[in-house]
Design a protein around this ligand. Structure first.
Ligand SMILES: [Zn+2]
Length: 152
C-alpha cells in the first residue's frame, strides 16, 4: 500500500487487531519513509484471506471448514461445540495477526493441532494422524467425512 502523504514510501503493518478473532480487522500501518501512521479497517468482503494449499492453489479462508474437521475428530469425545468454536476463534485470530493476504494451509493445520492437543488428546491424535498424511485441512475434511459417518 503506497503512502498517500509522501507518495513514495509504503505502509507497513505494525499492529493488527481483530474483533474476537473475526472481522472487522483493524491494522495499524506506518509509512516506511515519512513515518506517518494510519489505521485501516478490513471487512471480510473486501479482504478475504486466502489459503494456499499444498498444490499451490488458493481458496478463501473458511472457518466452517476447520470446524467440520474438528467436529469429526471430536466425534463422541467430551468436547462441546462451544469449545470447538473457541478453538477456531483462536486459530483465526492467530492467522489474521500474522498473515495479511495468504496463509499456507500447513500453518492452519499446525495451529489447530496445537490447540486441539490442549483440549482433547484423543481428538488430537485422530486429527493429527489424518492431517499429517493429507497435509491439508480441506482434503482432510473430505476424506474423513465418509469414514466417521459410518455406523459402528
Ligand atoms: Zn509517507
Amino acid at each position: 500500500m503506497k503512502c498517500p502523504f509522501c507518495r513514495r514510501g509504503t505502509f507497513e503493518v505494525t499492529d493488527t487487531r481483530t474483533n474476537n478473532g473475526g472481522f472487522p480487522i483493524r491494522r495499524r500501518r506506518r509509512c516506511s519513509r515519512c513515518g506517518r501512521r494510519v489505521w485501516s479497517v478490513e471487512t471480510m468482503e473486501e479482504n478475504p484471506l486466502h489459503v494456499i494449499k499444498k498444490d499451490q492453489s488458493r481458496e478463501p479462508f473458511d472457518r466452517s471448514k476447520i470446524l467440520r474437521g474438528l467436529e469429526k475428530a471430536c466425534y463422541k469425545r467430551p468436547v462441546s461445540q462451544e469449545q470447538l468454536e473457541q478453538l477456531v476463534g483462536q486459530v483465526e485470530e492467530e492467522v489474521y495477526r500474522q498473515y495479511e493476504r495468504e496463509v499456507p494451509s500447513r500453518v492452519i493445520g499446525e495451529l489447530v493441532m496445537k490447540y486441539l492437543r490442549e483440549l482433547d488428546q484423543v481428538a488430537y491424535v485422530r486429527f493429527a494422524s489424518v492431517y499429517r498424511e493429507f497435509k491439508d485441512v480441506s482434503e482432510f475434511v473430505e476424506e474423513v467425512q465418509p469414514m466417521l459417518g459410518r455406523k459402528r
